[in-house]
Design a protein around this ligand. Structure first.
Ligand code: ATP
Ligand code: MG
Length: 356
């Protein structure tokens, strides 16, 4: 049996609290799943590391992570440091360094969770949002001229490459094809943006021809927000640019009941490099250290990691345990309960042990 080596980076705020909870449920799972062997190595990188060493991670950090099978990540961001430094110094460095170009965000209403939309149960909202994670509006190209002067100009250039768009479209169509409804919605803004978004649309239509089984449509991002709220049942797999998917997936997380349950995976589908699994939420300093962070987003991310590593049964078992706990409690305050991170973690571990 291969030991799967997992690099664990808790980073900032509630990040370390939720990843430790994640390690605990994964450990409980290995005790129940004879074919699963995981070894965890923790890396103390992040904003505290920055304060001690002047950088968010060591110079050779990527080389250190490269041999791992996967990375379990917490959250990065510190109220006293600029995002530019913390985010780009750690999380985005890993995403870009390992070419994790597909960001996958499943969204479902878990049993027992009361979503903000009336009459929107588990059958009405079951989406996978695929976010382009390597270029687009967050390519980091642009600049400022005449800083501080009345004539100051700042540009922020979105970069769309044929190769970059083609690979994310293929990835999204493949996910859509693997799901029962075989339905993909391509989000765009080509009515107002005349170059990048037009290329995006054209390549979407080209790639669609490779997937005759998938029914697809195209939706302007503004209209998409309305459809997500008013007709959640009409959507299944969704592909959008870096910026659009960033915004839509926060909306999706809220519609599913809480940001505290929303998971994400940063995938290198070529598998040359480790992929990274993390909750969508940030470092949430308002609740850090209080022991009340919801660990479920991290558990779900860990389940995605097991799937990616070729252990769909263990992944399923973990999600079944999570759903037993969301249905019956205990729940953290963001889901209307009064339980601590510890109590929810222990309940999920107990559900894993009780399952078969
Ligand atoms: P970032 O810029 O890193 O996204 P943010 O401040 O915009 O950070 P979060 O850190 O995700 O966003 O926090 C947004 C709100 O959601 C906060 O009120 C926070 O307490 C709450 N929140 C985030 N994650 C959790 C969680 N796991 N459990 C409970 N509440 C959470
Ligand atoms: Mg945020």
């Amino acid at each position: 049996m291969t030991t799967l080596r997992i690099a664990v980076i808790g980073a900032d705020g509630i990040g370390p609290e939720v990843v430790e909870a994640g390690v605990r449920v994964l450990t409980a799972l290995t005790e129940r799943a004879p074919g699963l062997d995981l070894a965890f190595d923790r890396f103390p990188w992040g904003s505290d590391y920055y304060r001690a060493h002047g950088k968010m991670m060591p110079e050779d950090g990527l080389a250190t992570l490269a041999p791992y099978h996967a990375i379990l990540f917490g959250a990065v961001g510190d109220p006293s440091l600029p995002d530019d430094l913390t985010l780009w110094g750690l999380r985005l460095k890993i995403c870009q360094g390992f070419d994790q170009f597909a960001n996958v965000r499943p969204t479902r209403v878990l049993p027992g969770v009361i979503p903000p939309l009336r009459d929107c149960g588990p059958d009405d909202l079951d989406w996978v949002i695929v976010r382009e994670n390597s270029e687009g509006e967050y390519a980091g190209h642009g600049g400022r001229a005449h800083r501080g002067h009345p004539e100051e100009v700042a540009t922020e250039t979105a970069i769309f490459t044929r190769a970059g768009v083609t690979r994310i479209m293929r990835y999204a169509f493949r996910i859509a094809a693997s799901r029962p409804r075989k339905l993909l919605t391509i989000v765009t803004k080509s009515n107002a943006q005349r170059f990048g978004m037009v290329l995006w649309d054209e390549i979407g239509a080209e790639v669609a021809r490779e997937f005759p089984d998938v029914t697809w449509d195209k939706m302007l991002v503004d209209a998409m927000t309305i459809r997500m709220v008013l007709k959640p049942q009409s959507l299944d797999t969704i592909v959008a640019t870096n910026l659009h998917a960033d915004i839509l997936s926060d909306l999706a997380a809220a519609l599913a009941g809480s940001i505290g349950i929303a998971p994400t995976a940063n995938i290198d589908p070529t598998r040359r490099f480790p992929s990274m699994f993390e909750p969508i939420h940030g470092s949430a300093f308002d609740i850090a250290g209080k022991g009340i962070a919801n660990p479920i987003a991290t558990f779900w991310s860990a389940a995605m990691m097991l799937d990616h590593l070729g252990h769909p049964e263990a992944s399923h078992r973990l999600m079944a345990a999570v759903e037993r706990v969301t249905a019956a409690g205990p729940l953290t305050p963001d889901l209307g309960g009064t339980a601590t991170t510890e109590e929810v973690t222990e309940a999920v571990c107990a559900a894993i042990r009780a399952g078969n």
